[in-house]
Design a protein around this ligand. Structure first.
Ligand code: ZN
Length: 72
């Protein structure tokens, strides 16, 4: 006996998916929620680290490489 499965599709989710463009490879970089300025994300296409420099409009820049202090 197969009972009909109620389809509970919550398509009306209030998730504000935000997307911008990777300055390195021009790939789409998506955020599950609106990012904050200074937030660091990673491009899923090229793997580069990106920093959110502005949120309105969403602007991404290559994140400065955090280098260890090698002591020159
Ligand atoms: Zn990229």
């Amino acid at each position: 006996m197969s009972s009909p499965t109620p389809v509970a599709s919550n398509q009306s989710v209030t998730s504000q998916t935000v997307a911008s463009q990777c300055p390195e490879c021009e790939g789409a970089v998506r955020f599950d929620r609106p990012p904050l300025a200074g937030q660091v994300a990673r491009c899923t296409d090229c793997g580069v680290e990106l920093e959110v420099t502005a949120t309105s409009p969403l602007t991404l820049a290559l994140a400065p490489e955090v280098e260890e202090d090698w002591g020159e």
